[in-house]
Design a protein around this ligand. Structure first.
Ligand code: HEC
Length: 476
């Protein structure tokens, strides 16, 4: 009898334990699988976007303070952080709606995944969407190969930001060019772009952009300058600064410095806003920072420039409202000028550059401040140009070239853009001036600084640390 009682008792206990643990598990499951309700996209737009960005800019690229699990985000939204400036949405939304917002944010975050770092490439042969490509190493040396340009015979001129200009011949021998300017190789500055004149055969002329020093009242001041010189053998002669951006500043970043020759024979180049967004890009008065400029190849005025008749305005200004344009290229078929520029955190842009136009920085932007706050609620405004494409997160664009060569089947007219941040080459298919498809090439190759097409029709890329120049050779 006692034995039977004991058995019954044990069964009851077991059922209780089993049953209880089952319900507890169920409760947990309910918490984790809380249904998403309501229209999260609309809730987000109406209640969150003003502070966190229309496209979740503040979250995509965030160092999370309170955690980024579904549960963490739920708690953040529900309870808020009054002191930190984040309102509580306890009364505004039901739990299900808050979970839906958390899911919506988590889905947005997945746009970072495609860049997620794998290890460095193990082979120099890469499978890509359209072809197999071998990267042939043309040059190794220096640290930051900022730009490459080609002499008519196919020799490469390459700058290293530290201040060195190198000539690399087809047999891969290299020699340092003498006569380069003194540069301020600090921060983002140094020896930047090199550009060979389209009529080099006749005039032996090359251009260099660099950060130029001035001492004033014991203060070190720097600006972006463009130097023109003749390349005589392996030495630059007749060096002359044909453009010096005003004002000089003590900051050490956002120099611009990209150059391109138009079919009109004029020299176009970018000057960044030097980290002074309030003072420079929207200011035309005696201010050449945050602008794209156009001058004649000897530095003289172009009479048809848009602000030529405006008092106290540098006559070289072609367009304004730029942050830090780091790619400048003419489309080989349409002759239209394109540029890419670094946004703040989020909001790198690809623009079509037209004379007299305002590209909006910092009044309109798709980016956010580095601390996660927005500096502007608006992404568009009358009288300000919209980008053809923008990147969130920022890929840190560098270099721009349009493929104009039969060597790369399926890449015709594509824009190639380097990514410093995610260390790859970005291929953009463009239709009606919009980017319709992108491909990540050579993932994790290193900070990709410049991309150019040589006179041989091959594409070359310059990669940092150590400095390397590769030729893209299709294998099929
Ligand atoms: C008035 C501006 C404002 C609004 C509106 C706002 N937030 Fe916030 N939010 C903030 C600030 C500021 C912080 C950072 C608080 C801190 O650092 O303590 C924050 C933090 C957060 C965090 C935590 C981030 C982390 O790093 O852990 C989440 C998640 C979040 N907000 C989601 C939302 C959602 C979803 C909405 C809309 C329902 C919203 N916020 C509306 C300002 C805002």
């Amino acid at each position: 009898m006692a034995k039977q009682l004991f058995t019954i008792f044990s069964i009851i206990i077991m059922i209780a334990i089993f049953g209880f643990s089952k319900t507890e598990k169920k409760e947990l499951a309910i918490i984790h699988r809380q249904p998403s309700t309501g229209n999260a996209a609309i809730h987000y737009k109406n209640n969150c976007s003003s502070c966190h960005g229309e496209k979740m800019e503040a979250f995509v690229d965030r160092k999370w303070k309170y955690g980024k699990s579904r549960e963490d985000i739920f708690k953040s939204i529900k309870n808020g952080y009054e002191e930190g400036g984040m309102p509580s949405f306890k009364t505004a939304f039901k739990d299900g709606e808050i979970y839906a917002l958390a899911d919506y944010i988590l889905k947005g975050l997945s746009s970072m995944d495609k860049y997620a770092g794998s290890s460095k490439p193990k082979s120099n042969i890469f499978e890509t969407e359209k072809m197999k490509i071998k990267l042939d190493t043309v040059y190794t040396g220096g640290n930051v190969p900022w730009s490459i340009s080609f002499l008519p015979n196919g020799d490469i001129l390459a700058t290293d930001r530290g201040g060195i200009l190198t000539k690399i011949s087809k047999d891969k021998k290299s020699i340092q060019i003498k006569g380069t300017p003194e540069v301020v190789a600090k921060g983002q500055g140094g020896l930047m772009e090199v550009l060979v004149h389209p009529n080099f055969d006749k005039n032996q002329t090359v251009y260099l952009s660099y950060s130029k020093l001035k001492q004033e009242n014991g203060k070190t001041l720097i600006t972006t300058a463009i130097l023109r010189a003749k390349l005589n053998g392996n030495t630059l002669t007749e060096q002359k600064d044909i453009f010096i951006a005003e004002p000089y500043l003590s900051t050490q970043h956002h120099y611009g410095g990209k150059m391109a020759f138009g079919k009109d024979g004029y020299l176009y180049f970018s000057v960044g806003e030097r980290g002074k967004q309030k003072e420079n890009p929207q200011n035309l008065k005696n201010n050449s920072l945050g602008k794209i400029h156009r001058i004649k190849d000897d530095g003289s005025l172009v009479n048809s420039n848009p602000f030529i008749n405006m008092k106290d305005t540098p006559s070289s200004i072609y367009s304004y409202g730029h942050r830090n344009p780091q790619g400048l290229a003419f489309h080989p078929k349409t002759g239209v000028l394109w540029s890419n520029e670094h946004g703040p955190r989020g909001g790198d842009e690809l623009n079509i550059v037209q004379p007299g136009k305002n590209y909006g920085w910092p009044v309109i932007s798709y980016g956010i401040n580095y601390n996660g706050t927005t500096f502007t609620d608006i992404t568009s405004k009358k009288g300000m140009e919209q980008p053809q494409h923008y990147w969130i997160p920022s890929i840190a664009t560098s270099g721009l070239t349009f493929v104009n060569s039969p060597i790369y089947k399926g890449w015709e007219d594509n824009a190639l853009i380097g990514s410093l941040r995610f260390e790859y080459l970005n291929r953009c298919e463009i239709k009606n001036n919009k980017v319709v498809h992108e491909e990540i090439l050579f993932k994790n190759i290193g900070r990709l600084r410049d991309v150019r097409q040589g006179p041989d029709g091959y594409i070359y890329i310059a990669v940092e640390k150590p400095g390397r120049i590769f030729k893209l050779v299709p294998l099929n």
